[in-house]
Write a protein that binds this ligand. Structure first.
Ligand code: UD1
Ligand code: CA
Length: 455
């Protein structure tokens, strides 16, 4: 295999985004536009990835500090040819270069592989047919069909403007030619820019073969220039993920009402109802069902579990055959074992809940270890925070905590203990006993009358 360099052009300002954030840092599917392009580049296993940056430069670099990238600053944006000229000193003499655009997030790995395969002693361009080609560089072919030039829209004659085959900007060529061509570029054109596309005519003069590979997938070559483009690409990206899930056998009640911002992997017979959002890495086991309007982030949900609607899950693992929600909130650090039941308006944070335990109504459980087959009644609160520090609560196996109880941490409730409803428990409760702590003077006033409205 020949050595590969990949140059990603990302110096454009993105004025039409109307944002103070650099264009390539806006997200598609929860991931920066440029990150999609870099991920595509990485799959191609290049010797070097060079990113030409400009506007918002340092912020862009910082966002990818963890990646092995050669950064090249294009201080003034004098055109795509000028951008690649900035990268020239870093190109390996014995490599081929693939040019990618930093604002084309759906770039197709297979199309890139095809171009690279053809770039041996050849300039290989990715083109597409655009019925309204306004603004694009046109692929001009001789009668033989051979590509002879790319003519930018602003420089094109009326006849050239009728050409619908346009340049995507993605191309591959040997560096031994590229570096020569770059040194010959001029800016004698309508935009006074150094056009990368002028290398086509230079190749033709030199007798180097030029091929244009037409892609039928326009979205895979569509650049993002505005929030309108961003939203359109987002929907395409999402519809493609939904299609893949459907093809794998996942039931989606409405593929248009699913959003995946990360990686969602599903077992067999998974069902997902409408308006669910999955973020980060989410794994759903066999027969998992997710009802409408759930937000699930970085979670592993084991087989047979049902998540009822309006449930919010973040950084949590859930065992098999559990029932969660509706309106449950599972916060980071939560691990629920199999057959757990978490009901409505229950918030759990940084806690472990063992097999078969139930927390069904209106509770806050934080920094807590819950044993097996525990029943936590309605409105139970673990008071884990004294305003300065957090403390743990331990509830051992088979405990029954009555409704409206506060457990003031640090505290341990022993095995098989029962806590009476309405208690404020501040010291450890022994195993096997009933513990309660309530105001003891219950009174009834026989003569009492409800107040009436004063007219
Ligand atoms: C370019 C092509 C055109 C093609 C079109 C596809 C040239 C001269 N024209 O048009 O044939 O049909 O892309 O969208 O190459 N960039 C820099 N530095 C610069 C200028 C651009 O890094 O000085 C980057 C931009 O950030 C962007 C990419 O290059 O990612 C393309 O630039 P853009 O201005 O969108 O394309 P055009 O020059 O209009
Ligand atoms: Ca331009």
């Amino acid at each position: 295999m020949r050595k590969l360099n990949i140059v990603i052009l990302a110096a454009g300002k993105g004025t039409r985004m109307h944002s103070s954030k650099p264009k390539v840092l806006h997200a598609v599917g929860g991931k920066a536009i440029l990150a999609h392009v870099i991920d595509c580049a990485k799959i191609l296993n290049p010797h070097k990835i060079i990113v030409v940056y400009g506007y918002g430069g340092e912020i862009v670099r910082e966002a990818f500090a963890h990646e092995n990238i050669t950064w090249v600053n294009q201080a003034a944006q004098l055109g795509t040819g000028h951008a690649v000229q900035q990268a020239a000193p870093f190109l390996d003499a014995d490599a081929d270069t693939l040019i990618l655009l930093g604002d084309v997030p759906l770039v197709d790995v297979e199309a890139c592989k095809k171009l690279i395969a053809q770039s041996d002693n050849t300039l290989a361009i990715l083109s597409f047919n655009k019925p309204d080609p306004t603004g694009y560089g046109r692929i001009e072919r001789a009668d033989s069909g051979n590509v002879v030039a790319i003519v930018e829209h602003k420089d094109a004659t009326e006849a050239q403007r009728n050409i619908i085959e346009v340049n995507t900007g993605i191309m591959a060529m040997p560096n031994k030619y590229l570096t020569q061509w770059l040194s010959q570029l001029t800016n004698n054109n309508a935009q006074a820019e150094y056009y990368l596309t002028d290398i086509v005519a230079l190749a033709v003069v030199q007798g180097v073969k030029v091929v244009a590979e037409i892609t039928a997938d326009e979205w895979s070559v569509t650049g993002i220039n505005s929030k309108v483009d961003l939203s359109a690409i987002e929907r395409i990206y999402q519809s493609r993920i939904a299609l893949k899930l459907l093809q794998q056998g996942v039931t989606l009640k409405d593929p248009a009402r699913l959003d995946v911002r990360g990686a969602l992997s599903c077992g067999r017979d998974v069902e997902i109802d409408v308006n669910c959002l999955f973020e980060g890495n989410v794994t759903l086991g066999d027969n998992v069902t997710i009802a409408a309007n759930c937000v699930i982030k970085n979670a592993a949900i084991a087989a047979g579990t049902h998540i009822a609607s309006f449930t919010h899950i973040d950084d949590t693992t859930i065992g098999e055959n559990s029932r969660i929600g509706p309106f449950a909130r599972l916060r980071p650090g939560t691990a629920l074992a199999a057959e757990t039941h978490i009901g409505n308006f229950v918030e759990i944070k940084n806690s472990q809940v063992d097999i078969g335990s139930k927390i069904n109504h209106l509770s806050y459980v934080g920094d807590t270890t819950v044993g097996k087959h525990v029943n936590i009644g309605a409105g139970v609160i673990t008071c884990n925070y004294d305003g300065a520090n957090k403390f743990r609560t331990v509830i051992e196996d088979n405990v029954f905590v009555g409704s409206d109880t506060q457990l003031v941490a640090p505290i341990t409730i022993g095995k098989n203990a029962t806590i009476a409803a309405g208690s404020t428990i501040t010291r450890d409760a022994p195993a096997d006993q009933l513990t309660f702590c309530r105001a003891k003077d219950q009174k009834s006033i026989a003569s009492w009358k409800r107040p009436t409205k004063i007219i």
